[in-house]
Design a protein around this ligand. Structure first.
Ligand code: MN
Length: 500
């Protein structure tokens, strides 16, 4: 969708979900300013029974001069076009107005699929990020308006538990790019809780489910600001005997989850993905992560199962289902592995030392996370077809690959960027990449996983790589320590049977 499709309407109403949060308000504000600059007649509204009460939101609206108004339910027709932000027209958490033309900007799970003008990116930490990327694409000078920049930043900040549960690279880009008023963020942050919510947090902790076999805790909180979930989970993790915890509550459209772990055998981001895998999304960092489960999809799958039982079962299943392998103790028995050969593939390659001075510290941002690299003469950066990035030595590159073209083009969900840590300047990696092809495919051993596994490799003993049943463990024949996991849906693309 392009913003001009909406711009063709003279009257534009932007609606946040009922009981709007900082993200909904910031998203609406962004679109409001954009269409205002196009001289459209715009208004920013929310509806529902309750007016905004939360002290941080009242402050946000006042300090950043956000012209949002409460619009009570009415039979009245809304003229022009109605845009719902941070929610989907027709869904349960937003009052439905009688209107002919509708557009949707959201980052939750898709619930409504019959609206033509809609962008729903469920992988983003906030709807503010979606709006930010749209405004940028349309050359709107976001950083010239510090109120807008601060609002968008606070939207992401509060939707990702103070950035601890952030995982999408676009979210990181926005966080790094916005020029904000820091003292205002401090002000909002310190009026985040009401006394009532303090009570909710207290009561929730009294009803903690504790599993002494696996040392995890589960807490269900009453409806409250999602930030309280992070607060409870940070607190729980400090309890002796609790190595990992899941804190959640029920929203109108699903379960919002906050996860913490201090055990090296449980990475919070991986656990978040596991708990939400069939009906939501999740991710974050090794110690802190978050996620969301769509109630509609959950109820379809488990019509009778209450949420406490789901989380307990799923946690037990998680702890029981994984084999943990420490490669340093692993006995490699060749005849339990099969021979494969890498298929010919086209990748991108960047000779980093030609791009940046030797010794420069950079962050390469990819869909799979940030990678920190120091530029050296002998290292090349490789880019896979899905936008994954890895480093390779010059010598190894010359053995394995041949450059075939001076340019490398590939459609990706997120094209990797390189950011100079000192200057803060970013460039797109692809524009410096050449295309190369694998020469005489490397021979590998592969093994199909019969059950889920966590592997601590010899070069990384603090963090594991994980795979599920059906995925493959792969090691090069000439270096059995260099183990990796290949997802089942990608294995056949990358390898073919080697008949030796
Ligand atoms: Mn949101």
């Amino acid at each position: 969708m392009q913003l001009d499709e909406i711009e063709s309407f003279d009257k534009i109403t932007i609606q946040c979900h009922d009981n709007p949060d900082a993200d909904a308000i910031a998203s609406g504000f962004g679109l409001y300013l954009y269409f205002k600059s196009k001289r459209r007649e715009v208004c920013l509204i929310y509806s529902g029974r309750f007016q905004i009460q939360k002290p941080n939101l009242k402050l946000m609206i006042e300090e950043l001069q956000i012209p949002i108004v409460h619009y009570p339910v009415s039979e009245q027709m809304v003229e022009g076009i109605l845009i719902t932000v941070d929610c989907q027209y027709g869904a349960g958490n937003v009052t439905k107005f009688n209107v002919e033309n509708v557009a949707i900007f959201d980052h939750h799970q898709i619930e409504i699929d019959n609206v033509m003008l809609s962008v729903i990116n469920s992988n983003l930490g906030s709807c503010s990020t979606l709006i930010w990327s749209y405004l940028k694409k349309h050359n709107f000078p976001i950083n010239e308006n510090v109120n807008l920049a601060t609002a968008l930043y606070y939207g992401l900040y509060s939707d990702t538990n103070q950035f601890t549960e952030i995982y999408n690279p676009l979210d990181l880009d926005m966080r790094d790019d916005l020029q904000i008023n820091k003292s205002q963020i401090t002000l909002f942050r310190n009026s985040n809780l009401t006394l009532e919510e303090l009570g909710i947090a207290g009561v929730a902790m009294l009803r903690c489910i504790y599993n002494e076999d696996y040392h995890y805790a589960i807490v269900k909180a009453q409806p409250c600001d999602p930030n309280i979930l992070g607060l409870i989970s940070d607190f729980l993790l400090q309890v002796d005997g609790v190595n990992c915890c899941v804190v959640y509550n029920t929203l109108t459209d699903g379960y919002k989850i906050s996860i913490r772990s201090c055990s090296k055998e449980v990475q919070a981001n991986e656990l978040a993905k596991y708990l939400t895998r069939d009906f939501g999304s999740g991710g974050g960092h090794f110690e802190k992560a978050g996620g969301f489960i769509s109630l509609k999809l959950y109820e379809k799958r488990y019509p009778m199962l209450h949420s406490e039982a789901y989380f307990s079962n799923c946690m037990d299943e998680y702890f029981e289902s994984f084999d943990i392998v420490y490669m340093q103790d692993y006995q490699f028995v060749e005849n339990t592995w099969e021979h494969f050969r890498e298929r010919e593939a086209i990748l991108g390659v960047v000779n980093f030392s030609k791009l940046l001075p030797k010794g420069t510290s950079v962050i390469i941002r990819t869909l799979e996370g940030d990678i920190e690299v120091v530029v050296s003469e002998n290292s090349y950066i490789m880019i896979g077809a899905r936008g994954e990035v890895f480093q390779i030595g010059k010598k190894k590159f010359e053995e394995k690959y041949a450059v075939i073209e001076d340019a490398f083009h590939m459609e990706m969900d997120y094209t990797p960027t390189v950011k100079d840590k000192n200057t803060g300047k970013s460039v797109e990696l692809l524009q410096y990449a050449k295309a190369c092809v694998t020469v005489g495919g490397t021979c590998i051993y592969a093994k199909k996983l019969q059950k889920s596994i966590k592997i601590f490799t010899t070069h990384e003993s603090e963090r594991y790589i994980s795979g599920y049943a059906g995925d493959y463990a792969v090691v090069p024949v000439n270096n059995i320590n260099d183990i990796k996991i290949i997802k089942k849906d990608n294995f056949d693309n990358l390898y073919e049977k080697d008949l030796v």
